[in-house]
Ligand binder design. Structure first.
Ligand SMILES: O=P(O)(O)O[C@H]1O[C@H](CO)[C@@H](O)[C@H]1O
Ligand SMILES: O=c1cc[nH]c(=O)[nH]1
Length: 286
């Protein structure tokens, strides 16, 4: 079945609407980062950069780490951008842009996020590099997609829904990391459930001048327990990445550079150093 011109928008030069990429521009291993400036911080370690492209906040460099072809791409902030990036990345590899039909041979990408994040447990200090075992979305993205979840995900999600049930309108969604990527890239890293918030301030329990509707949000988050599971950190993309990757059949892992300790009220004075060590760790292991 042909995908219509308004559902899948292809620019006159054959590139996809927002990412401005051609199908051949995407490697099978994709690193996503939030900050467009971080793309160069990753690709400076490539042995060879084939090209650099971009539009809006979506900057892409593709090249080689040793003999492995790798794409690094910035998503900007938030799961609304993840919706765009993941649908367009998937279309680039799984839709024939000439016929507008789904290709007969499905391609699954390995997608690794290198992001920044704030920890909500006292034993996870600033400087930690943490792998998200699950992404827990407090945003609304997955209200718009049909997602099948495993029995394990369902039972953990039920405990989470009970814990956060009194928040009313919030309908959390939960997806596990790719087991193959977490067992390799994330093998010896601290792990935990990452909350993806629809904002940086009150949606992450911060208080500046506007009053928060949810009192003691960080306490509510860090007191959650279900068997061996606990919530370790807060950021703004992982849950959307995990959920859409699974819906579309890709493998995803989120690696978090912990810049803030929300329980100790601290923010790193050297955030770039922490991000740098997360980048090096991922590039050594992909
Ligand atoms: O550093 P990045 O990857 O952008 O990630 C985190 O930083 C941003 C907020 O400062 C949000 O995007 C959050 O998820
Ligand atoms: O606390 C933090 C730090 C980085 N990014 C976030 O979203 N939250």
């Amino acid at each position: 079945m042909k995908i219509s011109e308004s559902d899948l928008i292809i620019n006159p030069d054959g590139s996809i609407y927002h990412l401005n990429l051609l199908p051949e521009d995407v490697a099978d291993t994709v690193i996503t980062v939030g900050d467009p400036d971080r793309v160069g911080e990753v690709s400076k370690y490539f042995d060879k950069v084939d090209y650099k492209k971009g539009k809006r906040e979506f900057i892409t460099h593709t090249g080689y780490v040793g003999s492995k072809r790798v794409t690094v791409l910035s998503t900007g902030i938030g799961t609304d951008n993840i919706d765009i990036v993941f649908n367009e990345l998937d279309a680039l590899v799984n839709v024939d842009f000439k016929t507008r039909e789904i290709k007969p041979n499905f391609k699954s990408l390995n997608i690794i996020r290198i992001g920044t994040s704030g920890a909500v447990q006292p034993d996870i200090p600033m400087g930690t590099i943490l792998a998200s075992s699950y992404g827990l979305g407090m945003d609304a993205l997955m209200n718009y997609y049909i997602q099948e979840i495993s029995e394990d995900e369902k039972s953990l999600k039920d405990d989470i829904s009970a814990h956060f049930g009194h928040l009313g309108a919030i309908k959390p969604y939960l997806t596990g990391a790719s087991s193959s990527l977490i067992d390799t890239i994330g093998k010896d890293l601290p792990k935990g459930i990452t909350i993806t918030a629809p904002g940086f301030y009150a949606p992450q329990g911060r208080l500046v001048r506007a009053k928060n509707a949810v009192p003691d949000f960080i306490k509510l988050i860090n007191s959650f327990r279900s068997n061996q599971h606990r919530i370790t950190n807060l950021e703004m993309e992982t849950a959307g990445i995990y959920a859409l990757a699974k819906v579309l059949g890709h493998q995803a892992l989120s690696i978090n550079a912990i810049l803030a300790s929300r329980v100790n009220f601290e923010f790193s004075k050297e955030p770039n150093k922490i991000v740098e060590s997360a980048i090096k760790l991922v590039l050594e292991r992909i």
